[in-house]
Ligand binder design. Structure first.
Ligand SMILES: Nc1ncnc2c1ncn2[C@@H]1O[C@H](COP(=O)(O)OP(=O)(O)OP(=O)(O)O)[C@@H](O)[C@H]1O
Ligand SMILES: [Mg+2]
Length: 228
């Protein structure tokens, strides 16, 4: 089996093609993410980090190029197959937690597992063990509004990993938090990622956080380059 969890080749994306506001965001992006590798994605605001993450996670389609996920080329596949592959293989984390307000922390993490056919007892047991790993097991029955910003984000990490994806895509996962909290919450994320051995592509504006990942790539003028 292919050793790359994610391969991007020749990815291009233009918004408003042919119009006065045309934006050539991605002009041929190549990236191989090895199994277990954690890569930082850095770029100035507006350079296309979110666009690239959405394309990698099949929430958006490129104009050209190939996305290969777990050895399966996604180009030209049906929406249904892309959705199934995304559900099975990809976890997303955003700057804002997007937890469901009516449900407790443990329920928010159990829900995607129930949707995948796991029993309630097993889903809640796994949810609790994930919460323990990020240090918020004692807040398991709290709703999002009853959690601090850092705790909300830790719960969102657990939800993203609930169905044991092969790939984590994170878009400024600690961007909403103050620097000290951001550091601690990022530690929790990294230990969760290392523990499960999954691959991750994590967009960040924070070079200290980027330095704690395996390597850093920079998006510049629509191309991705290694940052040394
Ligand atoms: N749906 C869209 N239609 C038109 N232009 C868009 C659309 N989405 C994004 N853009 C443009 O594409 C460029 C890249 O946007 P993107 O959100 O990927 O940047 P980013 O690197 O994530 O920025 P930030 O660090 O501020 O989150 C921006 O110039 C943006 O204005
Ligand atoms: Mg963005």
């Amino acid at each position: 089996m292919n050793d790359h969890v994610l391969s991007l080749s020749g990815i291009t994306k233009t918004y408003n093609a042919g119009l006065p506001g045309q934006v050539d965001v991605l002009r041929g992006v190549d990236l191989d993410l090895k199994r277990g590798e954690v890569v930082a994605l850095v770029a100035p605001s507006g350079a296309g980090k979110s666009t690239l993450l959405h394309i990698a996670g099949m929430l958006d389609t490129p104009d050209a190029g190939n996305v290969t996920l777990n050895g399966q080329n996604m180009t030209g596949q049906s929406d249904r197959l892309r959705t199934l592959a995304r559900r099975a293989d990809v976890g997303f984390i955003y700057q804002f937690h997007h937890l469901l307000p009516e449900f407790s922390a443990i329920e928010n993490i159990a829900l995607p597992q129930l949707a995948a056919g796991i029993s309630k007892a097993d889903a809640e047991a796994r949810a609790l063990s994930l919460l323990e790993k990020v240090g918020v097991a004692d807040r398991a029955t709290h709703r999002p509004a009853e959690l601090s910003g850092g705790e909300q984000q830790r719960v969102a990490f657990c939800r993203a990993l609930a169905n044991a994806p092969a790939l984590l895509l994170a878009d400024e996962p600690t961007g909403n938090l103050d620097p000290a909290t951001s550091d601690q919450v990022f530690d929790a994320l990294m230990s969760l990622v290392r523990d499960t051995g999954l691959s991750a592509l994590i967009a960040t504006h924070n070079f200290d956080l980027a330095a704690r990942m395996d390597r850093t790539v920079r998006l510049d003028a629509g191309h991705l380059a290694a940052l040394s």
